[in-house]
Design a protein around this ligand. Structure first.
Ligand code: DGJ
Length: 730
């Protein structure tokens, strides 16, 4: 770790573990990006900017007619001064002008990492991080743009954020303020993004870059099922262990844009931040705007190291919950067991049977409030539905506790049903455009969380419920996206702020929740995994991965998710077969192995399980107790790629000291039963020996990696197994 500034060549060198990021001030104060990649010695890297070549001519008075700034590697390109690639910064001033010319003004380097007011962000103390702030100034408007870069001890990570302050005396409208921009000299990269839909979230897609712009985004008000605020630029040869990989991840839960542009000069501009589409922010004199944080990771050892870096960073420096490194209570959720059709007696039947098998927490899902018997009513009326929970919530929770189990509850705080007391009293609390029909989706509207009065009311209701009984877990759901985006409280010139103000409102609510209930286990959810983003991880150590609980489909979803997010954050449950979403059948054992690569739990009517499956539940719980710590604290190595090879999937969790590991293998396409599958195992200490606890054999870490082991006995559709390895003497 180390950030330095060299006065002579006016270069900032940001060293993060074995990576280096270099920025130079050139010519008339333009800030240029010189290098990002493997660390090198302290040398002058400004030659990489081709300062001596035509067409590098940032100076205003000496521009080549054809080039302007198109060939310059700008660190934070603004609109309107001749860089015709995607820009990071754009305004409109009171006179309607949009050009800004950002030049170096000042900088400071300090220990630690400042907070971002009202926004989730990575954190570190004075000994763990160092920060560089570079302030740029637009002379005409007196706008000051501060670029912030933090490096962390031992991690190849750069955390970037941007703030703008209006020190002029007129109003400015901010139209675009991206969180990170990096210009690469080459274009021979692949771009990996995560796409999907409901029940198919975060499927990895890898395509070669091409000339022009390629992007993923969201304009739905949440990070979305469709694309994740994350992408990778990697060399063509990059796989799990080799090649360059640059990860870009945005700590934000609203509209985003993630873009790569290959220019006429075959360079690549990568950019990430709030989606400028329909975004506007009024900056009055002396006002400031903070854009969310972007996390850049560089790996010289392929995708595996990149992912493990994100996992370490997010576990250590983003997730705040006391649960982040501790096994979560094994829960059973009644959603797929009952949907809306339950009462207190049914829940207690499920709880009794669950307690006998060793399950530790009952989660009461959607349908316990107002008069909710289907999805067409009561959101907003967070009062117990007494004809369903006849014994009262406190008694129900007490009875569950008496069985030795914890109790959790579902909320969807951001929503309101047209059929609700709340909506009848406050129709203006829903997001809407006057004189325009409001779009109904899942029979509900979105509350205007930019309004403090709305948040106060909903938070009060949540808090009353949580205080009324011993509730130790909350599932926070969000089941529709935003339409007709307008607020009854915002002035015309601030209406476009609602997208971002809504997200800030959600963050404010979650912050209140985790502050008032510090021991609460919060699980985020959004119609499955539509808000699986780092912003949410700041408040909740786990997020429901997908409504698709089919173990085989989950392989692909969990593979894509693991590119950026730690397995300990992936909500994953065992459900019944045929699976409610896919109709597929997979062995109970396999369902457990796949769910155990996430938070693990059950989502089925346990009272209806066969004795054989109940026995399997007991075995799974015993395995969870034995291995879960290893899974949530260890390093994950992906050994298969279910995107490109649909014949099997495999992964291993290795303890940080490499003394133990648990391997999981799932067969997708069956093989001739006499011919075992060979799997090469990475992540172990190559110079040590390991005992295979399935057959007692001992092999070196080197043999396990380069020769592999034969996985035997996987017979039948979707068979799976785990093998536990312990370090031993030869
Ligand atoms: C969507 C969630 O993903 C499900 O798990 C469930 O909680 C339903 N919402 C309830 O409406």
């Amino acid at each position: 770790m180390g950030i330095t500034y060299n006065e002579q060549n006016r270069t900032f060198m940001l060293r993060a573990a074995d990576s280096l990021y270099a920025i130079a001030i050139v010519d008339e104060g333009y800030l240029c990006h010189a290098y990002y990649g493997k660390n090198v010695a302290d040398e002058d890297l400004t030659y990489l900017l081709r300062l001596d070549e035509n067409p590098f001519v940032p100076s205003k008075n000496n521009r080549d007619r054809a080039c302007f700034l198109d060939a310059t590697y700008l660190e934070y390109p603004s609109f309107g001064i001749g860089d015709y690639r995607e820009c990071a910064f754009r305004i409109i001033d009171e006179n309607g002008f949009s050009a800004t010319d950002l030049r170096y003004d000042s900088h400071r380097i300090f220990s630690g990492k400042p907070k971002l007011e009202g926004l989730p962000a990575t954190f570190a103390d004075e000994n763990q991080a160092q920060t560089l702030e570079i302030t740029l100034k637009d002379k005409r408007t007196s706008l000051y743009v501060t670029l912030r870069y933090s490096t962390f001890e031992n991690l190849p990570v750069i955390a970037r954020s941007v703030s703008v302050e209006n020190k002029g005396c007129v109003n400015i409208h901010l139209n675009s303020i991206m969180s990170a921009c990096v210009d690469f000299d080459e274009d021979d990269y692949d771009m990996i993004t995560l796409y999907g839909s409901w029940a198919r979230e975060r499927t990895a897609s890898r395509v070669p870059l091409h000339h022009g712009k390629q992007l993923v985004d969201s304009a739905r008000g949440e990070s979305s099922h469709q694309y994740n605020p994350f992408f990778v630029l990697c060399s063509k040869n990059a796989d799990e262990e080799t090649g360059d990989a640059y990860g870009f991840s945005l700590v934000y839960s609203g509209n985003f844009k993630a873009l790569c542009e290959v220019s006429q000069h075959n360079s690549t501009r990568a950019m990430l931040g709030i989606n400028p589409l329909d975004f506007e922010w009024l900056l009055e004199p002396n006002a400031r705007f903070d854009a969310p944080e972007a996390i850049l990771v560089y790996s010289d050892c392929g995708l595996g190291k990149m992912s493990r870096t994100y996992h370490d960073l997010y576990r250590e420096h983003l997730i705040r919950s006391k649960y982040k490194y501790s096994p979560r209570p094994i829960l059973i959720n009644n959603w797929e067991a009952t949907y809306f059709n339950f009462d207190d007696k049914k829940l207690l039947d499920i709880a009794k049977q669950s307690a006998e098998l060793g399950i530790e927490m009952l989660v009461m899902d959607d349908g316990w409030f107002g008069h909710r018997d289907s999805d067409n009513s009561s959101l907003g009326d967070w009062f117990v539905y007494e004809s369903k929970i006849k014994c009262g919530l406190k008694n129900l929770v007490d009875e569950v506790n008496a069985l030795g189990m914890k109790f959790g509850i579902w909320f969807e705080p951001e929503m309101v049903s047209p059929d609700s007391e709340l909506f009848r009293e406050h129709p203006d609390w829903a997001i809407q455009v006057p004189d325009m029909d409001m779009t109904l989706c899942r029979e509900q509207y979105v509350l205007d969380f930019s309004r403090k009065d709305v948040r106060d009311c909903i938070y009060g209701r949540l808090k009353d419920i949580l205080k009324s009984a011993n509730i130790e877990y909350v599932k926070w759901d969000m089941n529709r996206q935003l339409t007709e985006v307008g607020s009854a409280m915002l002035k015309a010139n601030c209406q476009r702020e609602l997208w971002h103000r809504y997200v800030l409102g959600v963050y404010d609510m979650m912050e209140r929740l985790v502050t008032d209930f510090p021991d609460l286990l919060l699980e985020n959810c959004s119609g499955g995994g539509a808000r699986f983003d780092p912003g949410m991880l700041y408040y909740s150590p786990q997020i429901w991965c997908s409504d698709d609980t089919d173990a085989i489909e989950r392989l692909r979803i969990q593979y894509g998710t693991s590119l950026c997010y730690p397995p300990s954050a992936m909500g994953a449950h065992v459900s019944v077969c045929p699976n409610h979403t896919s109709g597929r059948w997979a062995p109970f054992k396999t369902r457990g192995i796949v769910a155990m690569a996430g938070t693990f739990g059950y989502e089925l009517d346990i009272t209806k399980l066969s004795d054989e499956d109940k026995q399997c539940v007991k075995e799974q719980i015993a395995d969870y107790k034995k291995y879960n710590k290893l899974m949530i604290c260890g390093d994950q190595y992906r050994l298969g790629n279910v995107n490109s090879d649909r014949s099997f999937d495999a992964w291993i969790f290795v303890s940080k000291d490499k003394s133990q590991a648990i391997l999981s293998v799932v067969q997708i396409d069956s093989r001739i039963s006499t011919h075992s599958r060979r799997i090469k195992i990475s992540g172990l200490d190559e110079n040590a020996f390991y005992k295979n606890n399935e057959d007692g054999s001992v092999l070196s870490g080197k043999a396990l990696k380069y020769c592999g082991i034969n996985i035997k006995g996987l017979y039948g559709d979707f068979a799976a197994k785990t093998i536990y390895f312990t370090k031993c003497d030869n």
